[in-house]
Design a protein around this ligand. Structure first.
Ligand code: ASP
Length: 856
């Protein structure tokens, strides 16, 4: 049995009587706030009051807020005096302040005295003091969120505007990632003055539309306002703001600008808990004796700054940790002197408890990693819309960016945004897309113009609800790049230099243009073709009856005729059945002399027959085959002759672009500075390369400054000039100018689209509108109206139908050759008759002379 002395007994009894929970009734906590930080001070007080009312946290003790005010320009010496003053009062922790320089000093004192220091400010340091807990998320995590959203949006070129080196630290991840890409990022610092316009103008001129703004919350309004003044608050601009307090700024002026202003926030003012807390907060404020202008929360219902919410959360965190610590150890709190050696023995334990606490606060989940940095917190992604700021998604460190707004909602926002806006539409005069109206009265504005493109944009504007104003492009060009300077001209330049929102007309969608501007889907399809004068009628040929068969066939026929005649002659001699007396061949005779054979063959060929016919099988075979041959040949000839005599022969020196390339007599050209010229210039196909070299070397120049000039030149050229033009425009021209026609097919296939600035927010809407018009058949109606009906459409249609429907009667010119042959034949017959007569006379004379000599 163990023997316990009476003294030890007493000690044990005394120990058992002391309660484990021995926190003092009043627990003082110190707050260091800057003179102007009314909100923070109020939040601090309110949090203390709230905890004192809450019976679940520190039920037997009351918190007491000890507040010291510091001014921002105060030196560390004075600040440390205030901290020491607080410590002398026996505070168990110190909250604040928010300024960097003073805070560092406070931290070192707290570290020495082992008093927990709770901060709610932005601090980039990777290592933190032992006694410090900072509720503000670490900048590296925030910069990760910024990087994630930029990545999500796919921003390539953007400008970072930063205020100080500190603000640049918020963007570290973004800068690091950007260094790995090929796209350059511009980084510009805000000047110290309040006039940011020169800087903003430079950014505007650089054409960058995406901006990351890293400056203090107080400066955001000014920067945005000045951006608006210089025209950087348009639908095309996007701002990503690094401050977590964008919701505290009055952005009403920018609501309808259409600019995408996005930021993250830590506190959701629509959260029930936040709303309730802040509403109670305001009551406390009203009860307090603050002057009206100091009543921070009356200003904007539930909108509070992150740091203010963090103060509230920090006090709760402290109370919860102290409560937990209190259950495990005995805590006493003593006043401490900065000059003494004493420290607070529970300081580190309390800090450790704070780091393992997990609780929900105004800034959502409050949780720390083992290094004491906030982890697993959620950031709201907020965006300015016509209805003010609203949440469009969230971000957390594990899942990254998550946009909760559907694509449809996004599109609807854009449509709403576009309503009643006036877009500048650039165009150039080109029939029938954009033409000046014929009118005796002086027309102004959009009224001056009409045409397919004008009707098209009007229909689109009616669908999407925007207004537009037309501006003709000053240089009258479509848009091509100067390879030496890299500069664009024409309508493309107007878009690039932000003087126009849309470019419309017969503007071809090309790869080169698509690199710098955006196009809608094509509203019309076409290809390059040749515009040339119509083929002229060929004068009828005197010997056109020879045309149905080619010269070769005529020669072969003549040869066949002779061959058959000779063969018939030989076979008739050879076969005994062709002889009149087959028993006595020496006395017999056959009719198939060579002359007769030839007569027989020609008689068959001419479908006339002959008074003697073959009798033997072999000769009959020859005759039969010859007849068959003549039957087919004559039928073919007759059929073809009909076609040759009735169809009008057209004479065109070229039938296709290849024919153009093969010759040099006919000059040809294209529109200067358009996609047609680019097609030939950039083609890898040898024919087109040859054509381009020919065009370039031609003197005088074969290039036209407009389609109208090209058409005029083709008409006046009377066959000496051909114009390579887009098929739709050719179609329009040949409906009205009956002297011209399209030669051959299309050399390529492409489309016209409405161009807009790159990454334009209107693209999807415009695409849908074009598609809608196409599906409803409106595009077809417009095409018919401007091609076939208005401005003399269809004038050449009668022309073509007349010529094709009436059959041509044959004139002497068509059949005259037959008469010539007939006369020629008659003539030859007469000559032969004379020869025969002479021949016979000579023969008779000779025979008579022989007889006379025999008589003598
Ligand atoms: N439509 C063309 C363009 O956009 C003009 C042309 O080259 O025919 O450039």
């Amino acid at each position: 049995m163990v023997n316990i002395s009476p003294f030890v007994h007493l000690v044990l009894i005394a120990f058992c009587l002391v309660p484990v929970n021995s926190l003092p009734d009043i627990i003082r906590i110190g707050g260091l706030f800057h003179n102007g930080d009314i909100d923070q001070e109020l939040a601090f007080r309110y949090a203390v009051e709230k905890i004192n009312l809450d019976k679940t946290i520190l039920p037997r003790s009351k918190l007491s807020a000890q507040i010291e005010r510091v001014s921002s320009d105060e030196d560390s010496f004075h600040a440390s005096k205030r901290v020491c003053h607080l410590l002398r009062q026996g505070v168990s922790s110190i909250f604040g302040p928010s300024s960097n320089s003073i805070s560092r000093h406070v931290q070192s004192i707290c570290d020495t005295m082992e008093i927990p220091h709770l901060e709610m400010r932005w601090d980039y340091r990777i290592r933190r003091e032992n006694c410090l807990v900072n509720l503000y998320p670490h900048p590296s995590v925030l910069s990760r969120a910024l990087y994630d959203i930029v990545e999500f949006w796919g921003w390539k070129h953007f400008t970072i505007i930063y205020e100080s080196n500190d603000s640049l630290l918020r963007l570290q991840e973004l800068l690091k990632a950007q260094r790995r890409t090929e796209y350059p990022t511009t980084i510009r610092q805000l000047p110290d003055t309040n006039d940011y316009r020169p800087l903003l103008k430079q950014i505007k001129n650089s054409g960058v539309a995406h901006i990351v703004l890293a400056c203090s919350t107080e400066k955001i309004y000014n920067v945005l306002k000045q951006s608006q003044q210089i025209g950087m608050m348009s639908d095309y601009h996007s701002y990503l703001i690094t401050s977590l307090d964008l919701q505290t700024i009055d952005l009403d002026e920018f609501k309808y600008s259409g600019t995408n202003i996005t930021a993250f926030r830590l506190v959701d003012p629509d959260n029930y808990n936040v709303r309730k807390t802040v509403a109670e907060w305001s009551q406390l404020e009203l009860r307090s004796d603050k002057k009206p202008n100091e009543r921070a929360f009356q200003r904007n219902d539930t909108v509070i700054k992150s740091e203010t919410a963090l103060i509230y959360d920090a006090v709760h965190l402290f109370a919860k940790a102290l409560h937990d610590l209190d259950t495990s150890q005995q805590i006493d709190i003593q006043p401490l002197s900065c000059d003494g050696q004493d420290t607070w023995p529970h300081g580190y334990s309390l800090i450790n408890y704070m780091k393992i606490v997990e609780m929900k606060g105004l800034t959502n989940l409050i949780k720390f990693d083992n290094q004491g940095f906030r982890t697993d917190f959620l950031l709201d992604i907020i965006e300015l819309s016509a209805n003010g700021i609203r949440k469009v998604g969230d971000w957390n460190s594990t899942q990254g960016v998550n946009f909760t707004r559907s694509f449809k909602e996004q599109q609807q926002d854009m449509v709403d945004n576009l309503k009643n806006k006036t877009l500048v539409v650039t165009a150039l005069l080109s029939d029938p897309y954009v033409m000046r109206k014929d009118s005796a009265a002086k027309l102004t504005g959009n009224n001056q113009f009409e045409g397919y493109a004008i009707d098209l944009i009007r229909e689109i504007s009616m669908i999407l609800g925007f207004n537009f104003t037309f501006r003709l492009v000053p240089d009258g060009r479509y848009g091509s790049i100067n390879k030496l300077t890299g500069e664009w001209d024409g309508m493309v330049r107007e878009l690039l230099e932000q003087r126009a929102d849309l470019a419309i007309g017969d503007l071809t969608i090309t790869y080169e243009r698509e690199q710098v501007v955006d196009f809608t889907m094509p509203f019309m399809n076409l290809g390059i073709s040749v515009l040339y004068r119509k083929p002229v009628k060929q004068p009828p040929n005197l010997f056109s009856f020879l045309s149905p068969l080619s010269l070769d066939v005529w020669i072969y026929m003549a040869t066949a005729y002779l061959g058959v005649s000779v063969l018939l002659f030989i076979l008739a001699r050879f076969t005994p059945y062709e002889w009149s007396n087959s028993q006595h061949p020496e006395k017999s005779d056959t009719q198939f002399t060579l002359m007769n054979c030839m007569w027989f063959a020609i008689g068959s060929l001419m479908q006339q027959g002959c008074d003697f016919l073959p009798k033997a099988v072999s000769t009959r075979m020859v005759a039969g085959m010859w007849w068959f041959f003549t039957l087919i040949m004559i039928s073919s000839y007759t059929a073809n002759l009909a076609a040759f005599l009735t169809v009008e022969r057209m004479d065109s020196p070229i039938e296709s672009a290849e024919d153009l390339a093969k010759q040099t007599k006919i000059k040809y050209g294209v529109l200067n500075g358009g996609s047609t010229a680019s097609f030939f210039r950039n083609s890898n196909f040898s024919t087109y390369q040859r054509m381009w070299s020919f065009m370039e070397s031609s003197k005088p120049s074969v290039f036209a400054q407009s389609n109208t000039e090209g058409v005029e030149r083709t008409t006046k050229g009377k066959g000496s000039y051909a114009f390579l033009m887009e098929s739709t425009s050719i179609e329009y021209v040949i409906e009205r100018n009956c002297e011209l026609t399209q030669i051959g097919g299309m050399l390529d296939s492409k489309g016209y689209g409405i161009a807009m600035r790159q990454n334009s927010p209107y693209r999807t809407m415009m695409n849908s509108a074009v598609l809608k018009l196409q599906e409803e058949g409106r595009l077809h109606i417009l095409k018919t109206r401007w091609w076939k009906e208005k401005r003399g459409g269809g004038s050449c249609r009668d022309d073509t139908s007349k010529s094709s429907s009436t059959a041509n009667e044959l004139g002497l010119a068509n059949v005259g050759g037959v008469f010539v042959v007939l006369m020629g034949g008659m003539g030859v017959a007469c000559v032969i008759a004379v020869c025969e007569f002479v021949w016979k006379s000579r023969k008779v004379a000779t025979e008579e002379r022989v007889i006379q000599m025999q008589c003598y």
